[in-house]
Design a protein around this ligand. Structure first.
Ligand code: ADP
Ligand code: MG
Length: 248
């Protein structure tokens, strides 16, 4: 099933998400259109991870509507269109696996279970591993890598799926400066190719010129949603409004 190109990739209306009977975010209206790169900001505990998990059906929905690519979430089954890099990961369960083996998992949804990897699959995996700067570690076991390198393995796994939309939850947390810059280059290339992104981050500068839209969460509510230029004004107003002077 193909959906009309006019459908937003993500559409939330009065959405509320949480865990069991614990509400975390609520009243969220959000559309993410093709080609947008949305930075999701907010203090720790404001509900950023819960919101992205809710969008992907990984947190409980307490109210409202969620659509992905024009399809209600509970009927959405085109998961290959989305790549997800969770904030916390557990690669420890796969200690014996190499970098390449983990990244190959990103290709699995793209072929029937009985068909082995094609030359194209191998090429895409190699490219994804190289893109995150792990080309020289491709055949090492992930358990021997640092935390930051393991995060890059997960990013490569998402890239190998060639998703139309990438959802990344603090992709550069715990990643050294060099890999951060390398990742920014990769994300820029993906954005040029038309890949849409929702990125939870505390490092907005690293994504400068890439982000088309900023959404801020504060204690479970969307506090700001607009362009990077409007966000700069919002910060100044906020600083003035709270009686602080904004020094640059
Ligand atoms: P952020 O990503 O902005 O730091 P989170 O979405 O992780 O915020 O957390 C928002 C709130 O939801 C926090 O109070 C956190 O304790 C709670 N929370 C997060 N994950 C769970 C969970 N699996 N079960 C119950 N509560 C959770
Ligand atoms: Mg989080």
């Amino acid at each position: 099933m193909t959906t009309p190109s006019t459908s937003p990739l993500v559409r939330l209306r009065s959405a509320a998400f949480g865990y069991a009977d614990r509400p975390v975010v609520s009243g969220v209206d959000l559309d993410v259109s093709a080609g947008e790169v949305v930075a999701l900001l907010g203090p720790n505990g404001s509900g950023k991870s819960t919101l992205v998990r809710g969008i992907l059906g990984l947190a409980d929905r307490h109210a409202g509507e969620v659509e992905l690519f024009g399809t209600p979430l509970d009927r959405f089954d085109e998961h290959t269109r989305i790549g997800y890099v969770p904030q916390r990961h557990s690669l420890s369960a796969s200690v014996r696996a190499t970098v390449t083996e983990i990244v190959e998992v990103g290709r699995l949804p793209h072929r029937p279970w009985w068909r082995p990897s094609s030359r194209e699959d191998h090429a895409i995996v190699r490219e994804a591993v190289a893109d995150v700067g792990l080309g020289d570690r491709a055949h090492e076991e992930v358990a021997s890598l640092s935390g930051g390198q393991q995060r890059r393995v997960l990013i490569a796994r998402a890239l190998a799926g060639r998703p139309e939309m990438l959802v990344m939850d603090e992709p550069t947390a715990g990643v050294d400066r060099t890999s951060q810059e390398a990742l920014a280059v990769v994300l820029r290339r993906l954005a040029d190719r038309g890949t849409s992104m929702v990125v939870v981050t505390h490092e907005l500068e690293a994504l400068e010129g890439l982000v088309t839209r900023i959404v801020c969460l504060d204690t479970g509510h969307v506090d700001f949603d607009g362009s990077p230029a409007a966000y700069a004004e919002h910060l100044v107003r906020h600083a003035v409004g709270s009686g602080h002077h904004h020094a640059h």
